[in-house]
Write a protein that binds this ligand. Structure first.
Ligand code: ASP
Ligand code: MG
Length: 474
């Protein structure tokens, strides 16, 4: 005798491309239909591909005084969503209901953009209300498509499930509160054998104000829901076969990695491989929840599996990635030598402007600290640094705060890097042979990555050169 509730619970996350067209939604519903035989399912869906960008464009154009573009965009979005509903939902009453919801959300979009246009002001809070609409437009149609395919499903607005703080645009979830809400809102659906289709990307403050988890945040949503429900597995469905050794557009011989560790995937996510939202891994690691990546359009392919610990093959480099759009800031001066507190004050200034540093390196001579951060925030950081270190600059203890824009971090990932001599040497050799100049180096704090700062112009060649060193670990 098998108890019903011994069935495993899987959270399946479908990204924008996986739910971005009629054909894609059909592929998704087929995956869900099959997977339902093996586990209880909760779906987390993104907006249809490109929709979040379109919504944001509406908001930004409205804020900049353009009173017509958002209306055109609303018309386009309505056409796209209603056209797919017509294809996916044969039942007329169902179709009417879903279409009415789509119209409702787009009316909200117009109203919000109109308000922004009139006021000439766009707050982060309004921006979240607008950008969250993409997922809200999509979840009801995916749920209806599932029902049409014979899978009982129910759309759920994540504002009812994911509780966050009010840091709009980059909200932090409250896992304890979210767990309570998930039990209240999602468990009863599962008990009724329904597949909840939850909107990715968004949440709400305890008071119910819509927030978002940052661009690409639907991955994070899936992880949060997986953690809250203590799921057995979270599967990220994308449009590629799995996590790859490199960007296939840059390195034609890039391969899928069948197995990675939590540490390895974190480094990859963090360092710009479009693998996973950087924050999405932590809630899963904390609970030892299995993670899988699969291709919506090639579902029989096993994909990549992420396990708590991979047995490192010494010296093996698994993947290479580049994070672009960075600047290298250098604080240098002879007067820094042996003076405690310069680093603390430097990074204090960085923190003041809420900038997040991607890589830090300090020469042992203690005469310079350099760090990489997104170019967009660099001017604010430099201003904060000049302010904080004003007296040292005046006394010439610090020569200056230098900025090198057009910088890229090349990251080489592999648990086999840990404690293996010679790997760094091999990396430098191939980069040297390719004529690439390295500005700074850091060993990833998890010790399963090495990061190198190179010029943006060298980035593609650097990725290709370093990729030669990847070895497919068993
Ligand atoms: N739709 C959101 C974005 O484009 C979230 C996501 O798809 O992960 O950023
Ligand atoms: Mg995404």
């Amino acid at each position: 005798f098998v108890y019903e509730d011994s069935m495993a619970l899987h959270v399946l996350k479908f990204g924008g491309t996986s739910v971005g067209s009629v054909a894609a939604i059909r592929a998704t519903t087929e995956i869900v239909r099959v997977a339902r035989a093996e586990a209880e399912l909760v779906l987390v869906v993104s907006a249809m591909s490109g929709v979040t960008d379109t919504l944001l464009r509406g908001a930004y154009t409205a804020a900049s005084g353009d009173g017509t573009t958002f209306g055109q965009l609303a018309t386009e979005l309505e056409a796209r969503h209603t056209a797919s509903v017509i294809e996916l939902v044969p039942d007329e009453r169902e179709r009417e209901t879903v279409t009415a919801r789509i119209r409702g959300y787009l009316k909200e979009f117009r109203t919000l953009c109109h308000g922004i246009h009139v006021l000439g002001e766009l707050t982060p809070r309004a921006l979240d209300m607008i950008s969250s609409l993409g997922e809200r437009l999509n979840a009801p149609q995916v749920a209806a498509a599932l029902r049409a395919a014979g899978v009982p499903a129910s759309a759920v607005d994540a504002a009812e499930v994911i509780v966050t703080n009010d840091r709009f645009g980059d909200a932090t979830p409250d896992l304890a509160l979210t767990k309570i809400r998930a039990d209240q809102r999602l468990r009863p659906l599962l008990e009724r054998k329904l597949v909840p289709v939850v909107t990715g990307f968004l949440g709400a403050t305890p008071a119910g104000v819509t927030t978002t988890l940052g661009r690409g945040g639907s991955d994070y949503s899936a992880a949060i829901i997986g953690a809250a429900l203590e799921a057995d597995e979270v599967v990220f469905y994308k449009e590629v076969d799995g996590v790859m050794t490199g960007d296939p557009q840059l390195v034609p011989d890039a391969r899928v990695l069948p197995l990675l560790s939590y540490d390895e995937i974190s480094e990859l996510a963090y360092f710009g491989a479009k693998v996973l939202h950087p924050k999405a891994i932590q809630p899963l690691v904390d609970r030892g929840i299995a993670v899988r990546f699969k291709n919506t359009f090639n579902p029989s392919y096993p994909g990549s599996v992420i396990v708590p610990k991979a047995t490192p093959v010494p010296g093996t480099i698994k993947a290479v990635t580049a994070i672009r759009g960075l600047s290298l800031v250098t604080v240098a001066g002879r007067g820094m030598l042996g003076v405690p507190g310069i680093a603390a004050r430097t990074f204090g200034a960085v923190a003041q402007v809420n900038a997040s540093v991607l890589m830090i390196s300090q020469a042992s001579s203690e005469q310079s600290i350099c760090f990489a951060l997104p170019t967009a925030i660099t001017p604010a950081v430099v201003a904060a640094l000049r302010d904080e270190l004003g007296s040292e600059l005046e006394r010439r203890d610090i020569d200056g705060v230098g900025v090198d824009d057009n910088t890229v971090i090349l990251t080489v990932v592999g648990a086999g890097l840990r404690g293996t001599p010679g790997v760094a040497g091999r990396i430098f050799t191939v980069l040297g042979e390719a004529g690439i100049n390295i500005h700074a180096i850091a060993l990833g704090s998890s010790e399963c990555s090495i990061s190198l700062v190179v010029d943006a112009a060298d980035a593609d060649n650097a990725v290709r050169a370093a990729h030669q060193l990847t070895v497919l670990a068993a």
